[in-house]
Ligand binder design. Structure first.
Ligand SMILES: [Zn+2]
Length: 372
């Protein structure tokens, strides 16, 4: 669930502060993409530049998103830190769609408004998103081939460095798997690999061209078996996800008790211009997030200083031994943590529901709102 990031990030093997790869490897693992009738055709993927029609469609979508952010009901207000619950101590940045606040306790920077479904649909709607993300990396075709080598070397290197890639067959789940090239590589190595992707055109193209299995939709809404996976991985995706608490409760829920999570996020103030990101992690806030949900939480920096003296790069969060969530807060009539309240405004919200991965068809609680 991410979009036209204005610069490439570096991703790959963990190191001690220098970019591990001299080539930008910005990942396109999108979460909340949806199809539209006007989705770019697959042939658009192979073109070096977006068509005039694509550019116009993107500009119109951006304008619509900006308008919707100003209309009540299309976003959610975030009053406290999504990592630690602390209060904001200052306005950090006025981003394109929403102000960004900084948490006074853990330093996490987050969007004051997070998008609901319609905005997410507009943000992540077509295959052009994939194309624009991969073209920086010299990748113009989804088909398995040499163009993926450097990208996959970085991904596989990250998994190995985190201790997440074993010689014995394991079960992997990737959140925001985009076209699914990593799933294909893991399967080639003898593992069982499944991913989710909400950009339907991208997921469908990947399933067709790579022969991988991708669940289309939002991670939080996809039924998955509990305590099933050895590894849950996500590269440049969680910074797009509005509800970190529900997301990580579900990650912990689907992992085996000795399972491992690996997430990579971009970092650095220049990321503030990325209008589809709603989280901007520091080492401290990512570590706190991992420690909230895992017995062992660790953060490894892949940061470096640019020629202009700006810290850029990415952070890897590693969590080992998931902690069972005490519950997931779900707004009435909404979804979260794999649960769905079907009461549609008849109960006081939000409610804390037991952590589970199957979507519940039950109302989120039994006490109806008083008639007004
Ligand atoms: Zn905080």
């Amino acid at each position: 669930m991410h979009g036209d990031c204005p610069r490439a990030t570096y991703s790959g093997l963990f190191n001690d502060g220098k970019p591990s790869s001299l080539h930008p490897l910005r990942e396109a693992a999108s979460i909340n993409h949806r199809p539209t009738a006007a989705s770019a055709s697959e042939s658009a993927v192979t073109s070096a530049l977006p068509s005039r029609a694509s550019r116009l469609a993107a500009a119109l979508a951006q304008l619509a998103i900006a308008c919707l952010y100003r209309v009540p009901g299309f976003t959610r207000r975030v009053a406290s830190c999504p990592v630690c619950g602390g209060k904001p101590d200052r306005l950090e940045f006025n981003a394109q769609y929403s102000p960004l606040d900084r948490c006074g306790e853990c330093g996490h920077v987050y969007s004051r408004k997070t998008p609901k479904d319609l905005i997410l649909h507009l943000m992540y709607r077509d295959l052009e998103y994939w194309r624009s993300d991969k073209v920086h990396q010299g990748i113009s075709r989804i088909e398995y081939g040499p163009q993926w080598k450097e990208f996959l070397d970085a991904r596989i290197g990250s998994l190995k460095s985190a201790g997440a890639l074993m010689d014995v067959p394991e079960r992997y789940f990737e959140i925001g798997c985009s076209e699914g090239i990593l799933l294909r590589e893991l399967a080639n190595l003898g593992h069982e690999a499944l991913g989710c992707e909400c950009n339907r055109p991208t997921a469908e193209a990947g399933m067709k061209k790579l022969g991988v299995d991708i669940r289309i939709g939002l991670f939080e809404n996809i039924p998955l078996p509990r305590a099933h996976y050895d590894v849950v991985a996500s590269f440049h995706t969680i910074e797009h996800m509005p509800d970190l608490k529900s997301t990580f409760a579900k990650i912990a829920d689907i992992l085996k008790p000795d399972g491992l999570a690996l997430v990579e996020v971009p970092t650095g103030p220049e990321e503030y211009a990325n209008s589809d990101h709603v989280h901007f992690f520091s080492v401290g806030s990512l570590k706190r997030l991992m420690e909230n949900h895992f017995e062992q939480g660790e953060v490894i920096g892949n940061q470096y200083m640019s020629a202009g003296g700006v810290t850029i790069g990415s952070l890897y969060g590693i969590g080992r031994h998931p902690i069972a969530s005490p519950g997931v807060s779900v707004e009435c009539g909404s979804t979260g943590g794999g649960l769905k309240c079907t009461a549609s405004g008849t109960c006081s919200s939000p409610q804390t529901m037991p952590s589970a991965t199957a979507i519940s068809t039950q109302p989120c609680q039994t006490t109806p709102k008083s008639p007004t």
